[in-house]
Design a protein. Structure first.
Length: 221
């Protein structure tokens, strides 16, 4: 199963990717995670990426595509993969097609998790993180037993700077401006499966499985 996950911040891509990995035993390939790992490992690409990330700059397409090409050529991706965070633009999607062709592979489905801005803001701005052990809570959906404190270690919880409502709205706007055109791109190729991301994680996953078990394709046009 060769998949792409699309969706605005807070749509639940990470949660659904974990379920897909467990069911299909294929790697979840997140470009953000890969770049951070390369930076930690101090590889040549990682050093270049770290400079850009620390400066708040976008990592150029050729660097990201090189990383993706190397990752997709590994043995564990031969049976399938889940791409998350790539492609981000139509230009990247156009580059991905010949790359997969060289590997003798084609995409099976592009899952687009859909969530309106109000729900995006509520989900992300309600997140609270433990600065010590990394535990994540939500003030409504998954509150700690003692408000404001981590259940595991008792540390005071924090709200990440980019989880504040105005920052969330800006990230959502950037998604729709830069990444949403991919929806039409993959719909025209008959690969798109729109998924309502507003339900429970279990309900959303049931919709994903139904989409994967159905005929190849999504809406045309």
């Amino acid at each position: 199963m060769r998949l792409i996950l699309l969706g605005p911040p807070g749509a639940g891509k990470g949660t659904q990717a974990k379920k897909l990995v467990a069911d299909f035993r294929i790697p979840h390939i997140s470009t953000g995670d890969m770049l951070r790992q390369a930076a930690r490992e101090g590889t040549e690409l990682g050093k270049k990426a770290k400079v850009l990330i620390d400066a708040g700059s976008l990592v150029p397409d050729d660097m990201v595509i090189g990383l993706i090409a190397e990752r997709l050529s590994r043995p564990d991706a031969a049976a399938g993969f889940i791409l998350d965070g790539f492609p981000r633009t139509v230009r990247q999607a156009e580059t991905l097609e010949p790359l997969l062709g060289k590997l003798g592979r084609t995409l099976d489905k592009v899952l687009s998790l859909e969530l309106d801005e109000g729900a995006v803001v509520e989900r992300i701005s309600g997140r609270r993180s433990c600065p010590k052990d990394g535990s994540v809570y939500h003030v409504v959906a998954n509150p700690p037993r003692r408000p404001g404190y981590c259940d595991a270690c008792g540390a005071g919880l924090i709200q990440r700077d980019d989880d504040h409502p105005e920052k969330v709205k800006e990230r959502n706007r950037q998604y729709w401006a830069k990444t949403a055109p991919l929806i039409d791109f993959y719909a025209r190729r008959g690969l798109l499966a729109p998924i309502n991301g507003a339900g429970t994680a279990e309900g959303v996953y049931r919709d994903i499985r139904r989409a994967l078990e159905g005929p190849r394709g999504g809406r045309k046009g």
